[in-house]
Design a protein around this ligand. Structure first.
Ligand code: FAD
Ligand code: SF4
Ligand code: SF4
Ligand code: SF4
Length: 370
């Protein structure tokens, strides 16, 4: 029977772990802890009963099930790079507290508030921050949701809080907000029938090109003379933007490339293809969000927000830019995985380049990261 050692060898030490938090929450003896940002079982192992639940809880070991999970949750049809969906629209929140604090159109926070007020959910797993360092949190009230608004760049185990949400707080209608990897993991736990996951009733995914190690980002900005903790906002577009003291510092993406974890280099999901609703800035004007509604549950919540005039919507004239980013991420992730495979098989960069018919510079560029 596979155990924690197998999870460690195949996922954690192999650089495949996306730090979703599922194994930590699934372990019945509470024996896995995040140590230096990785799910580790402390050296004293007698509490580990070798049950294999942590291994079974890791979606990174079951890519073969993702198609079936998509069919059973989202549906089926001709798939585009942004995933199966019912509608795509631009939207922005009307609530002034949200528009002050949010990243783009404030749709994620507005949706959580509406879902709470309407009783669709009784709480949410969100990402708050200590400064800009991301922290997994539970939000049950308006002020907690407003406080969690804004994008914190950094890897964060969102699902780690699921047990506390269900067992300690007694929540039974939870929304998980997270990156596409968090949403894949959530859907997988539900599909596998992890009892805690049955309390998740809604998933909101964020578009995601890549993520960064927060400590690495803080160091990159420190050498540029900026304390990232004092920033008013961080944003990634064609560059890494730090808004501080009314000024905008733009770092070229090549400066922060070395902060991208390995699991992000091979990731292929940009548009949170398994979420009930996916939200991002790409494709919409500044201050608006692009919203992709994928499921009936997502549609119900989104149309409820529109009916109560909590948000303003408008058509998106051209979604091709988002489709292009999503499709580039798929190609890049696939190619990078192949590069890693060949590297681990002992080929040098020149041999890999020749084998794949690409330049050596591209091979080296693809391997940049932590
Ligand atoms: C790592 C990362 C990379 C992204 N890359 C892109 C991109 O390339 N293109 C694009 O269009 N959009 C990207 N986004 C999404 C974008 O930054 C906004 O989160 C999205 O547009 C929602 O904005 P909003 O104003 O509706 O959200 P808000 O109302 O401001 O709410 C933001 C929500 O994000 C959650 N959150 C914050 N930080 C994290 C985190 N690290 N992990 C998981 N959840 C978090 C909070 O819980 C909060 O509920 C990225 C987001 C993240 C976290
Ligand atoms: S008790 Fe079970 S779930 Fe926890 S670490 Fe050991 S094998 Fe994994
Ligand atoms: S379940 Fe999540 S946190 Fe645990 S090893 Fe797998 S990817 Fe990492
Ligand atoms: S790039 Fe992929 S693995 Fe990395 S944070 Fe985004 S969704 Fe998760």
């Amino acid at each position: 029977m596979p155990s924690y050692e197998d999870l460690k060898a195949r996922v954690i030490d192999a650089g495949e772990c996306t730090v979703c938090g599922a194994c930590v929450v699934a372990c019945p003896t509470f024996h896995i802890k995040f140590i230096d940002g990785k799910p580790e079982r402390p050296k004293r192992t007698m509490d580990c009963v070798g049950c294999s639940i942590c291994y079974e809880a890791c979606y990174m070991l079951r890519h073969d099930l993702m198609k079936a999970i998509e069919t059973s949750t989202i549906g089926w049809g001709r798939k585009e790079s942004i995933g199966l969906h019912r509608s795509v629209v631009a939207a922005r929140a009307m609530d002034a507290d949200i528009t002050r604090a949010c990243q783009d159109g404030g749709i994620v926070s507005a949706l959580l508030l509406y879902a709470l007020d309407s009783g669709a959910i009784d709480g949410a797993l969100v990402v708050g921050g200590e400064g800009w360092a991301p922290v997994a949190c539970i939000a049950e009230h308006r002020d907690e949701i407003v406080r969690s608004a804004g994008t914190k760049y950094g890897v964060v185990p969102v699902l780690k809080e699921l047990r506390a949400a269900v067992v300690d707080r007694g929540l039974s209608r939870i929304c998980v907000v997270g990156s596409p990897c968090h949403i894949q993991s959530t859907r997988y736990l539900k599909y596998k029938g992890l009892p805690l996951a049955s309390s998740v009733k809604l998933t909101v995914g964020l578009f995601c090109r890549e993520n960064y190690d927060y400590a690495c980002l803080a160091e990159k900005t420190r050498v540029r003379g900026v304390d990232i903790g004092r920033a008013d906002k961080l944003d990634v577009s064609d560059e890494f933007d730090i808004y501080v003291d009314g000024q905008k510092l733009c770092l070229p993406l090549t400066d922060v490339k070395g902060c991208v974890p390995r699991h992000c280099l091979v990731c292929r999901d940009f548009a949170a293809e398994l979420a009930d609703i996916a939200v991002g800035s790409g494709g919409s004007p500044e201050g608006w969000s692009t919203v992709i509604v994928r499921t009936e549950d997502g549609e119900k919540v989104f149309s409820g927000m529109v009916e109560e005039a909590r948000i303003e919507t408008r058509d998106i004239e051209d979604i091709s830019e988002v489709k292009e980013i999503a499709s580039r991420k798929k190609e890049k992730g696939k190619q990078t995985r192949e590069i890693f495979r060949l590297k681990e098989a002992g080929l040098d960069q020149e041999e890999i380049a020749a084998r794949l018919g690409i330049t050596k510079e591209r091979v080296s560029h693809r391997l940049e990261g932590i």
